[in-house]
Write a protein that binds this ligand. Structure first.
Ligand SMILES: Nc1ncnc2c1ncn2[C@@H]1O[C@H](COP(=O)(O)OP(=O)(O)OP(=O)(O)O)[C@@H](O)[C@H]1O
Ligand SMILES: [Mg+2]
Length: 348
């Protein structure tokens, strides 16, 4: 805007001063000498240029210094000594730009602070969750060992049983620690996906066979939506995709119906990608809990109240694996109808 443009300010001020002094000069000429236009014009022009240059230089220096200070603060500008500062950065006629950039900077800082606050809450929750998950097996182990030391070791009716329970608690702790290690390695991208071509339909069949026994125990049927499904080749890390499918199908058995449970795996062609869906006819997830199921340690109210074993890390691992493949995963669920987890993989 014109009023903040140092060039225009200098022009206006020099014009004012020139007019004023020219008037005064002509008056004095009129009184003491004889009025002559040419010397008046030359003097006025020189005066105008002189005043303009002085004003412009002073204004620019002043504004430039102020703007430089602002930029220094918001961008943490530190230049090695001796390097010439780029004047373009602090264009003196761009106070509006500075204003805009400072507002943007403030907005960015605000978002950063909010993000840090969320991370802090998340970190606190995370520590609380680890403590909570590990506390139970540790206290159980302590209880069994103390009982065994207090004479239980000599009691054949409990000694073996208590040792077996101790082992179970230790295995639980190992599984939590292993899952946490996997998540942490996936998060810091230490695990490189080994992208190879394989048949995802064949892998799915393998996994359904592997989990068949577990499903039978809960009277759940595991099937491919299309039993005649033709091979579909994908480019992915087979070992990790196996883990994804195991976690999803395992969840569908664990959180599905106790009887007449049905888990179906379907494949949908999407040009470059293939969409793989794991659908169950279980009780589903409440809408307000759906966005949270991929969070570390998150377990739905229903899962917690039904005392299902699990620490809520499985889906978090699944999401990390799919994201490490640059693919996406999402979930749809209706209470009383069922849940579908759908993820994509690149076709090969
Ligand atoms: N198919 C499903 N139907 C209903 N709820 C589900 C289903 N899959 C997952 N959930 C809910 O999402 C939560 C998180 O699942 P996740 O696999 O991460 O943990 P988990 O199975 O409880 O424990 P873990 O997999 O670590 O042994 C579960 O506790 C459950 O509440
Ligand atoms: Mg799980």
């Amino acid at each position: 805007m014109s009023q903040t443009d140092p060039n225009q300010i200098s022009l206006k001020i020099s014009l004012l001063i020139t007019v004023f002094f020219s008037a005064l000069f002509s008056l004095l000429m009129e009184i003491f000498f004889e009025f002559k236009l040419l010397p008046l014009l030359i003097t006025a022009l020189l005066l105008f240029i002189f005043v303009y240059l002085i004003f412009r230089y002073t204004l620019e220096r002043f504004i430039y210094q102020k703007i430089r200070l602002i930029y220094k603060t918001i961008y943490n500008l530190k230049r090695p000594k001796g390097t010439k500062t780029e004047k373009r950065d602090y264009e003196v006629n761009s106070i509006e730009n500075v204003n805009r950039e400072v507002s943007e900077w403030a907005e960015k800082k605000k978002t950063e602070i909010e993000k840090l606050k969320t991370i802090e809450v998340y970190r606190r929750e995370f520590l609380g969750n680890i403590y909570h998950e590990l506390k139970n097996p540790i206290f159980n182990i302590q209880g069994y060992v103390l009982t065994l030391l207090d004479g239980g070791l000599e009691d054949p009716s409990i000694n073996r049983e208590y040792l077996l329970r101790t082992e179970k608690s230790i295995n639980r702790m190992i599984s939590i620690v292993d899952d946490l290690e996997t998540i942490s390695n996936l998060e810091i991208s230490q695990i490189q996906m080994k992208m190879l071509r394989f048949d995802i339909v064949e892998l799915t069949r393998e996994i359904l066979d592997f989990l068949e026994l577990k499903a039978k125990k809960r009277k759940t049927e595991l099937t491919l939506a299309d039993k005649e499904e033709k091979p579909v080749f994908v480019l992915a890390d087979k070992k990790w995709i196996r883990q994804v499918l195991v976690n999803l199908v395992d969840n569908s058995i664990k959180y599905g119906r106790n009887k007449d449970g049905k888990t179906k795996v379907s494949f949908f062609d999407m040009d470059e990608n293939i969409l793989i869906e794991v659908t169950d006819n279980g009780p589903g997830v409440a809408p307000d809990e759906i966005p949270r199921v991929f969070e570390r340690f998150y377990r739905t109210h229903d899962a917690r109240s039904r005392e299902k074993s699990g620490s809520g890390l499985g889906l978090s691992i699944v999401k990390h694996i799919i994201e490490a493949h640059d693919q996406t995963i999402n979930v749809r669920s209706s209470l009383g109808v069922g849940t579908t987890f759908a993820f994509t993989l690149k076709k090969a």
